[in-house]
Write a protein that binds this ligand. Structure first.
Ligand code: PEP
Ligand code: MG
Length: 583
């Protein structure tokens, strides 16, 4: 029976496919497709891992001391029984041979299916067996980790190969991913895969999970509350990323309607593509720079393709996520920044120093993270960097060295205090001095600060004394001005980019920089929102940084706009009690 679930529209377009349910704790399991020829060996891989675990448990059983509690022996029996369970074994085989899922993905998918059946059981004893099943599956996954899949090496990150597989008749079923929650690091893993759309129960419009979904340019809905409970593995789902709706088990009429919308969207994109090489100039001749936001060096190819004239925000923290205890060293970072610089073929690249913390933890659930009372107000971004000077100096040296290969701007997130600015400046000097002492080559960088805390927007003169340019991070500026957690769907209705207080801070920052002849850009999500383009132009903004996928739509708005005429109108919007009604 068809039903719909409402959430927040975070990445445009329509995806129609079968649901793949992924528990957040399982998101770091590899997900890729195996080729026909590898199906048998993939099935053997799970079988061998299962046999290893059976042996382990049997050995444990044999070695149990005579006085061991009876419950322990019974528990091991239950684990052995679960491992031999026909539903688990045949299900896993099915996912591999029919869907071509890799072994780990097949195992966790089948686990999710059985776990749900346990959840629905009346008998409490049986319900609690879910925990045992989870432990058993964990053990098998661990056993598989020890044996690298030959297939994995060939498949990892190889989108082309996956595409070919998806075009195999058998596999030509688009898949959409449904999860309770996904961290930005999880999303990054899925960036390599070919899911046609995403839906999560939690998250806000500018949560970093939503931001990564947008950067992948595939339809996504977040904050869909109980979607992962209501949707079952393999259900047909339409993800309407424009309206923020999920339609489950759609009727043929609804499917036809959405199929039509999907084709319309594709046609519109083709039309927009013609603007790729058109310079972004308003009707009255004002030149506008459209830059790209990227997460990884490889994203530069998308930026170039979309006609970006540089990178306005490289979120360098994505190089650090999931790497606790093994953060990238100077050489690794230098190579990554250099790759991005070279990828941009001589165009400028703005590298932001790490912005770890809040909804971008280093690791999904670290003890330190749990201990923080309010991570969004805690040790995040520059605060984290200043708390660990050796780590920060390593990053600064890597950026300075990479700057020898092209035009680089260095951008510092979340500054609010003069003391933080001075400490940052002195660490940059320190990094240069170290490179000088070692005789290492480095290049010049322009220094910029993000304006994303109201305190910074209210002390612009201080910032402009130290920095060459400013970039407004509207995502955080809204969060901190309105006291709304950007990742919390429960207060998402209050997260308002058009609140007069937010617009006032944005307008004053643009005006002050323009008056002093300093560079100013907006790199938060507001820059890529076509509903805001005219207002930002009217406020005097001439540099926008956004996901490559948004560049052409924003360019279209710019080509149709008269910046001179928009100026007085923008002042009216600023003075209004309800600015959104005037846009
Ligand atoms: C912002 O806050 O607007 C911004 C661009 O930075 P991030 O989204 O990474 O916090
Ligand atoms: Mg920010």
């Amino acid at each position: 029976m068809t039903f719909s679930v409402h959430g927040l529209a975070v990445s445009r377009g329509i995806a129609i496919g079968r649901a793949v349910l992924v528990a957040s704790s399982r998101a770091d399991v590899a997900h890729y497709f195996v080729e026909d020829a590898d199906v048998r060996s993939e099935i053997h891989r799970v079988r061998d891992a299962r046999n290893t675990v059976v042996e382990e448990i049997s050995r444990l059983q044999r070695d149990l001391p005579a006085d061991a509690p009876h419950e322990l022996a019974a528990l091991l029996d239950v684990h052995l029984m679960l491992l031999q369970d026909e539903q688990l074994i045949s299900g896993v085989k099915g996912w591999i041979s029919e869907r071509h899922y890799n072994a780990e993905w097949a195992l966790t998918t089948q686990y999710e299916m059985i776990a749900r059946q346990f959840d629905e059981m009346e008998d409490e004893y049986l319900r609690e067996r879910k925990a045992d099943l989870e432990q058993v599956v964990e053990r098998v996954l661990r056993a598989m980790k020890g044996v690298a899949s030959p297939v994995q090496h060939r498949n990892q990150g190889v989108r082309k190969q996956q595409k070919e597989l998806l075009h195999d008749d058998k596999l030509d079923v688009p898949l959409v991913l449904v999860a309770h929650d996904l961290s930005p690091a999880d999303m990054l893993q899925f960036k390599q895969s070919l899911f046609a759309g995403f839906a999560t129960d939690v998250g806000g419009r500018t949560s970093h999970t939503a931001i990564v979904a947008r950067s992948m340019d595939i339809p996504a809905v977040v904050g869909a509350r109980s979607a992962s409970q209501l949707i079952k593995q393999d259900d047909w789902v339409i993800i309407d990323g424009d309206a923020g709706v999920l339609i489950v088990d759609p009727s043929p009429i609804i499917l036809a309607e959405y199929g039509f919308k999907q084709r319309q969207g594709a046609l519109e994109r083709e039309r927009l593509n013609r603007l790729r090489h058109t310079p972004a100039v308003t009707l009255d001749g004002q030149k506008v720079e459209l830059l790209a936001n990227i997460e990884m060096p490889e994203d530069t190819s998308g930026a170039i393709q979309a006609g970006a004239v540089g990178v306005g925000l490289f979120r360098s923290e994505f190089l650090f996520m999931g790497r606790i205890g093994n953060l990238p060293d100077e050489e690794e970072q230098y190579l990554a920044y250099r790759q991005a610089i070279e990828g941009m073929q001589g165009l400028p690249v703005t590298i932001r120093t790490v912005d770890i913390g809040a909804d971008k933890p280093l690791e999904r659930h670290t003890k330190a993270q749990e201990a923080q009372l309010n991570p969004a107000l805690g040790l995040r971004a520059i605060r984290w960097s200043l708390a660990d000077p050796p780590m920060f100096l390593t990053q600064l040296r890597a950026i300075l060295r990479a700057a020898a290969h092209g035009q680089v701007n260095l951008l510092v997130p979340m500054l609010a205090h003069a003391s933080e600015i001075r400490q940052t400046m002195s660490l940059i000097d320190h990094a240069r001095a170290t490179l000088d002492n070692k005789g290492q080559v480095y290049g010049p960088v322009k220094l910029g600060a993000m304006i994303e805390i109201p305190a910074a927007a209210l002390t612009l003169k201080l910032f402009l004394k130290y920095f060459d340019f400013l970039s407004i991070g509207t995502n955080d500026l809204i969060q901190y001005t309105l006291a709304i957690d950007r990742a919390d769907e429960a207060v998402a209705h209050l997260y308002d980019p058009c609140h007069p207080a937010v617009l006032r801070l944005v307008a004053d920052t643009i005006a002050e920089c323009n008056a002093q002849g300093k560079g100013i850009s907006v790199c938060g999500e507001m820059a890529g929102d076509v509903n805001m383009t005219r207002l930002l132009l009217g406020l005097g903004l001439r540099c926008f940084s956004m996901h490559p996928s948004q560049i052409l739509s924003v360019k279209q708005q710019i080509l149709r706009a008269d910046a001179g005429k928009l100026q007085p109108w923008a002042q009216e919007v600023l003075a209004s009690e309800d600015p959104a009604s005037l846009l």
